[in-house]
Design a protein around this ligand. Sequence first.
Ligand code: CP
Length: 314
Amino acid sequence: FRHLLGIEPLKADDIRTILDLADQYVDLSRGASKHSDVLAGLTQINMFFEASTRTQASFEIAGKRLGADVMNMSMQASSLKKGETLIDTALTLNAMHPDLLVVRHPQSGAVDLLAQKVNCAVLNAGDGRHEHPTQALLDALTIRRAKGRLHRLTVAICGDIAHSRVARSNILLLGRMENRVRLIGPATLIPAKAAEFGVEVYEDMREGLAGADVVMMLRLQKERMDGGFIPSEREYYHRFGLDAEKLAHAKEDAIVMHPGPMNRGVEIDGTLADDINRSVIQEQVEMGVAVRMAAMDLLARNLRAERAGGGIHV
Ligand code: CP
């Protein structure tokens, strides 16, 4: 693949290739020397048009660990503030010959559009409600390492599905790897066409969690609710917040996940989020660095092959 814009175009083998390489980068990252030079000589630019803690930090660490020259654009201080368009900004940066462009943008489709205008590999770090492919890949790696497999599992994704690019990318990935996906949340926060994705939909948390291997919690994404109905946090926690009592309906060894940022006491009980016997939330963050190292390594290999005239490799 030339870019990593979403999970949609990836085949099951592509996903396995990324996760297998990411496993190696987990080992590297836990070792005495975390450094490799597979991206030496390459320039990585991170452009975040929307707030981020985990994704931006882990892309920066991943690039530095692999020896790339990494530049974080401060979008708040860029000439976008003076009216420059996204495309002109991209063309300007493209003229500086970057090799890897990591982009987060609040508009769905903005990263795809930008990828058409530049000569380097583009990685989608989250675009609107559309996709967050590296999040789904790091979630998949976390699940595979915790459960020993990434197929024939029952995964419950709970909360604000309608506004979530994390949910969309996870539904695509988990479906491609032949898992059973359940969506749980209030009807107002589940997309009307959810069933077309081959998922089961539940409005009752206890019913939806019954027999689940993996419980993935999502926050209410108020910034994307566009003045629509926002449930009261107290009522929401009562019905859809994950606590020990509700989790007891899932399998005894079910793991608890959350992509972050987390709102304790709204979608998840704080004590449960910190329970290292059930929660793999910190492992997700660790896997984020490894998956982003793997994705950039593979894209850089393709880029080098393309530039050497060897065509684009999958
Ligand atoms: N999960 C995630 O994308 O977190 P950030 O918004 O902090 O990057």
